[in-house]
Design a protein around this ligand. Sequence first.
Ligand code: KIV
Length: 270
Amino acid sequence: MSMQKGPIEKKVTVRTLRRMKGVEPITMVTAYDALFAGLFDGEVEMILVGDSLVMSFYGAEDTLGATMEQMLYHTRAVCRGARLPLIVFDMPFGSYMSEEQALQNATKVYRETCAQMVKIEGGREKAGIVRRLSENGIAVMSHIGLKPQSVRAEGGYRIQGRTTEEALELMEDARILQEAGATALLLEGMQADVAAKITKAVAIPTIGIGAGNGTDGQVLVWSDMFGFFEAFKPKFVKRYLEGAALIREGLRQYRDEVKSRAFPDEEHSY
Ligand code: KIV
């Protein structure tokens, strides 16, 4: 748990998010462990335990290999580290193929972790699942636009909403998912004007990533935004820190000091 007080002092709930819509932008970052979740505690309203975990930290090519067991393990760690943010559990590929399976797995998430919401990729084709979960007391964040779990089926990542037809489809997906009971929408990789229109059209909060400035909030993957993940940098990622360079600098200093026997010095010895 964080030792320092951040700008957020009260537990964030779905009601907090509803109150913030149209009033104050919502901040969300990913986290996968207790150490970093503790650093983010009190600093952002939401933490997403994203399946990006397997790309950022397991070196996978895409997110499809993430499992329920991995996601539960990492979410439990995040729950130990962060007390105040609303924690979202990213349902991994293959964990919500049917309403029954989705309900079973999402129930496990509520039982075994402190997550307050589960995230499910998909538009109107997932409305039945969203309805089933919300009718059973589980808050759902629906993820539309660019859906990383569809990368193999679609042959790559592609920005959505570039044609009028696609934009209308996305708007209709958002409407249907809200109607099915979604608590929030995640809008990824879409034209900024489409994301802004969806945000205006729905009553539930929207969180964007690569979806411009017109959403109710923003999310970034922490290892991207702090410059630890260097393999590639999508256009929408802003680096707020050059983390990898800082680590290398620290490591080289450590190495030099060990080699020269400057470390450990008297201060760091018993
Ligand atoms: O897994 C993840 O981190 C995500 C974000 C890209 C939104 O789904």
